[in-house]
Write a new protein. Structure first.
Length: 496
């Protein structure tokens, strides 16, 4: 086999309270896609941030084509042909697509920005990904998936020799994913080194030739994908044999309706939606991206205005009609969009966990908060969810992506609502953590909560639901019982 194009040798990186990388060796070859795999907090993003010049390692060396290189800034990385598609996008919402893509290196003519060339190169780069956006469009007017495509197009602009994808598909539609995978195939043919971080094993088996698995800042194994099974990888990642709980189904007794929605409408988005959720049941809401599945949850919780319809919740032994604004007293919502709706990044884990729950944490002397109780409660949920932190005072911004998502879930658990909407609750979580969240969903149902779970992962929905509702273009088109098949769900969502 040829020499590796890229080598990282004995890389160490510590943060206050955690040794994120404990001397990691990493090799990648030209023309291959290497899967970098590991549980939440294993050190994947940290290792790639070192390669991308975003973090300085405490020790270690980077070699490209056998020669040691110094990378201390993202610009250094870019000069060595390294491009990075980040896990969490950090684009300015008010900038145009063209400005976002060229912010660091506008094409110039005689020292003046050449807008015509900028525009053309922008259109070309986007076309390569099958996107026909107008370069003048503002970032904030794009869907998260389209924003991600802009981020990918930006990375491709510099004709990189090494490209890092850190969970690139979490907000893409299936069509966008197909397009991305085609682009990755063609990059490989051109000899580009692709480093691919994901928690989705089907992507690993589809796209990658080789894998390296990290656990707690150390390499625990890897090899050629063709020699590895799904179980091998999961076992390496989480270091246990408890893979079976991945598909265990909860059991609970289903009782009276606790939420009744009738004729919920919002022009162009939701068309006359009616459904019930009963005590102790988990209803899987399935539909394609953009079918209105998130919008149902947002409308019920009062985050989006509605044009018509009624919402009733269980209160004092009967059903009581509520105004959208009151819903938050009964309904909890775990969102997929932890950046925008979920978390206060500069604040501590402890405060984020108690955020949804300030009233319960107040003493009789409300509004004064019982800080001891706040600490005790937060500790309890950190343990229950297995959130990996160095202390309760750690800023949420410094947690790994998956652990941030667990904080969002923990926050709502504390509040103990009788109805839950969970929109992609396990997005970005490793397989072990996904199983933890699913177990918690089962426990909540067994304790008598009613839950509606939205997920793009059909296996996840199938493993959770007592019943399924299917959306198509803003309408609820089908209700299916527990025995439904994947094919039935998919067909209904496609409008068949
Ligand atoms: N800026 C920081 N300050 C303090 N700790 C940090 C910082 N960045 C990362 N960490 C810690 O380093 C460890 C590794 O985090 P990293 O983000 O590399 O994990 P990851 O493998 O990418 O996980 P995920 O799959 O959840 O994204 C975690 O314990 C994390 O909390
Ligand atoms: Mg990460």
């Amino acid at each position: 086999m040829a020499e590796p194009y890229l080598k990282m040798v004995s890389v160490k990186k510590g943060f206050p309270g955690v040794q994120a990388l404990k001397g990691v060796d990493f090799e990648a070859y030209a023309g291959e896609a290497l899967a970098l795999i590991g549980a939440n907090g294993a050190g994947k993003s940290t290792l790639m941030n070192v390669l991308g010049g975003i973090l300085r390692p405490d020790e270690g060396e980077i070699q490209i084509e056998g020669r040691a290189v110094t990378i201390t800034t993202p610009l250094d990385a870019s000069m060595h042909g390294i491009a990075f598609v980040h896990q969490e996008m950090a684009m300015l919402p008010t900038l145009s697509i063209a400005d976002t893509m060229f912010v660091a290196n506008f094409p110039t003519r005689a020292g003046v920005i050449d807008y015509k060339t900028t525009r053309e190169r922008c259109i070309q780069a986007l076309k390569r990904l099958g996107c026909n956006f107008d370069p003048a469009t503002r970032i904030r007017d794009l869907s998260p998936g389209d924003q991600q495509m802009v981020e990918i197009a930006r990375a491709l602009l510099s004709d990189p020799r090494i490209i890092i994808f850190d969970e690139p598909t979490s907000s893409l539609t299936s069509r966008e994913k197909v397009r991305l995978f085609e682009v990755i195939q063609s990059l490989k043919k051109q000899g580009v080194t692709v480093i691919y971080i994901t928690h989705l094993m089907d992507e690993v088996f589809n796209i990658c030739e080789r894998a390296q698995v990290l656990r707690n800042g150390e390499t625990v194994g890897g090899g050629l994908i063709k020699d590895l099974t799904y179980e091998d990888i999961v076992r390496l990642m989480i270091g246990t044999k408890e893979i079976n709980r991945y598909f265990e189904h909860h059991t609970s007794t289903i009782g009276e309706p606790v939420l009744k929605v009738e004729g919920l409408s919002r022009k162009g988005v939701l068309d006359n939606i009616s459904f019930e959720l009963r005590k102790g049941e988990v209803v899987g809401l399935w539909g394609l991206l953009g079918s209105g599945r998130t919008e149902i949850a947002r409308a019920v919780v009062g985050l989006d205005p509605i044009d018509g319809g009624t919402i009733q919740v269980r209160a004092n032994g009967g059903l009581k009609t509520i105004n959208p604004g009151e819903a938050k007293n009964w309904v909890g919502m775990v969102t997929e969009n932890r950046r925008e709706e979920g978390l206060l990044l500069p604040m501590s884990v402890k405060h984020n966990l108690s955020l949804a729950n300030l009233r319960a944490l107040a003493d009789r002397l409300y509004p004064f908060i019982n800080f001891k109780l706040e600490t005790a409660q937060s500790k309890k949920y950190v343990e229950r969810l297995g959130i990996k932190i160095s202390s309760l005072e750690q800023k949420v911004a410094n947690l790994s992506g998956g652990n941030q998502q667990k904080v969002v879930v923990g926050r709502w658990l504390q509040r103990n609502p009788i109805i839950f909407f969970m929109d992609e609750p396990t997005r970005g979580l490793d397989v072990g953590a996904k199983a933890d969240i699913r177990a918690i969903i089962g426990e909540l149902a067994a304790e008598g909560a009613a839950l509606m779970v939205i997920s793009s992962d059909i296996d996840e929905i199938m493993s959770l639901g007592d019943r399924y509702l299917v959306m198509h273009r803003g309408r609820l088109v089908k209700e299916l019982g527990a025995g439904a098949s994947k094919e039935e769900l998919m067909a209904a969502a496609a409008g068949v």
